[in-house]
Design a protein around this ligand. Structure first.
Ligand code: NAD
Length: 494
């Protein structure tokens, strides 16, 4: 059954055991488009019975055809998902843009193509994946052989955020399915459409019913919590806020379920006086303002060596003021709205705090007038501050908006110390043309990802994840397979 379109308002249903289903309690909520406040779809909130049905469908799939399927056939089906998504590219694009308000130019080159490509990447990784074997000497001289044997973990609970909805979801579902697991996905309540639409593609390419399930709803006392507390879920992978990660880890502790957590960040950019200024400005404009600053890897804390501080601030200001804040369909748009009015309230509370705590507002700081038709949307001005103390809340807290503070520094040691003075440890960019310095500084930064003279340049085989309160575990290539496979050692005495 396809998703139902009712009275011109799209209904976003749950996808359980290969079929679209309304909520069994008939609870629904509105999914609001942040561009103009219109209703993008009516979402059917899964209750406990729906979540239970989804977990049971996944368990049945593991016991049925999917659990028995030869690896080659499984990986062929997963590769077919790429063509399946690309064949419906415009539908995925429209759904993602309606849910997030992000520019079409961004979603069409990042969210949808990379969201689809994740299936190919992990099918390829799984194809070349191999175990280990060891030959052991024994006192009787005959020896023994040890080898690893791997099997899927079972039913994986996948809880996703709203900032890159399809891409971050398939980044988990791709390897989970390649390893032979079944999944129950809980997309963000803000962005439920692409995960739900993917159910149709799963059916089209012939992925057996129950392998991929989607339950919609919120976190606490709703689908998210019902899923993480369900004893039939064997492992949980989550991307979202650190505080939510803590709640999920507590749920996972019951029954000793494994977790993979990709959490918040407060990322610094370090600009040395010997940088290539053009590259540093271009990179910083992207690292602060791409996706309206709603990327976990976004930079919100710029540290600039004193001799070039004034030049950097004035050139970044010039760059920001040349950016176009506008509707997704406009080819010239560089920045869309934030994801929701609720999130805008949070970001604006930091804009106010910055002023109260003594910041100089270099540019922005408020809400732009977008005209009558758009003013109900979650629009916000890209913003730069200087002059805040290191313990001011806009410097210490993750804001997740299009803003940064710029602070001067005098020595390499000071830059490292300020960067590391954070409970988070996700990402950093270092800008310098002195490679000796770059290699000296990079390993001293307490983060999971360090870029030198770039930002968000990803090879999907490399480890991705955060240290400290930014997460537990690594995703990407073989690192993802480690989480989705259970490894046993088999020992043969010769
Ligand atoms: P969030 O934590 O508010 O929500 C994420 C998901 O968790 C949603 O689907 C939500 O419904 C669900 N949820 C909330 N409470 C729950 C609970 N108690 N039990 C089960 N599920 C629950 O995060 P968000 O606002 O959607 O996303 C933004 C955050 O995600 C930022 O902090 C950002 O840094 C982080 N993020 C991190 C990465 C990374 O790779 N480290 C990537 C993207 C986003």
């Amino acid at each position: 059954m396809d998703q139902v379109v009712n009275q011109d308002i799209k209904q976003t249903l749950n996808f359980i055991g290969g079929k679209y289903r309304p909520s069994s309690s008939n609870k629904t909520f509105e999914n609001i488009c942040p561009v103009d406040g219109s209703v993008a779809s009516i979402v059917h909130e899964a209750d406990k019975a729906d979540v239970d049905a989804a977990v049971k469908a996944a368990q049945a799939a593991m016991k049925g055809e999917w659990g028995q399927m030869p690896l080659t056939k499984r990986l062929d089906l997963i590769c077919n998902l790429v063509d399946g998504i690309n064949a419906r590219f415009d539908e995925f694009l429209a759904a993602e843009v309606a849910d997030t308000g992000k520019p079409v130019s961004l979603a069409s080159h990042l969210d949808i193509p990379r969201g689809a490509a994740n299936f190919q990447v992990f099918a390829d990784t799984m194809k070349s994946h191999h175990g280990e074997s060891f030959k052991q000497e024994t006192p009787d001289g005959a020896g023994a052989i040890h080898y690893t044997s791997e099997r899927p973990k079972g039913v994986i609970g996948v809880i996703c955020p709203w900032n890159l909805p399809l891409l971050l979801m398939t980044w988990k579902v791709g390897p989970a399915l390649a390893c032979g697991n079944a999944v129950v996905v809980k997309p963000s309540e803000e962005t439920p459409q692409t995960a739900t639409l993917l159910g149709e593609v799963m059916n089209e390419v012939g992925i057996p019913a129950g392998v991929y399930n989607v339950i919609n709803g919120f976190g606490p006392d709703s689908a998210g919590e019902f899923l993480t507390q369900h004893p039939g879920v064997d492992a949980i992978t989550f991307t979202g806020e650190t505080i939510t990660g803590e709640a999920i880890m507590k749920s996972a502790a019951v029954g000793m379920r494994d977790v993979s957590l990709e959490l918040g960040g407060k990322n610094a950019g370090i600009v040395f006086a010997d940088c290539d200024m053009d590259k540093a400005i271009e990179g910083t404009l992207r690292s602060v303002f791409a996706n309206c600053g709603q990327v976990c890897l976004s930079t919100e804390k710029m540290l600039v060596e004193r001799p070039i501080f004034d030049e950097f601030v004035s050139r970044l200001k010039e760059g920001v003021e040349a950016m176009k804040v506008g509707v997704p369909e406009d080819k010239d748009t560089n920045m869309g709205p934030l994801v929701s009015l609720e999130h805008r309230d949070k970001v604006l509370s930091y804009y106010e705090a910055a002023v109260k705590e003594g910041a100089t507002v270099v540019t922005g700081g408020g809400v732009p007038d977008m005209g009558d038709e758009l003013n109900k949307g979650a629009w916000i001005e890209p913003t730069i501050w200087t002059g805040l103390a290191d313990d001011a809340s806009p410097i210490t807290d993750e804001i997740f908006g299009p803003c940064c503070h710029i602070r001067p520094f005098d020595t390499e040691e000071e830059a490292i110390e300020i960067t590391n003075d954070s409970p988070y440890g996700l990402a950093t960019s270092i800008w310098t043309e002195n490679l000796t310095r770059a290699h000296r500084v990079a390993p001293q930064i307490e983060v999971g990802l360090t870029w030198i003279n770039c930002w968000f340049l990803r090879d999907l085989r490399t480890p991705f994840g955060g240290s400290k309160q930014s997460g537990i575990g690594r995703e990407g290539g073989e690192y993802s397979l480690e989480f989705y496979l259970e490894t046993s050692n088999i020992c043969v005495k010769l």
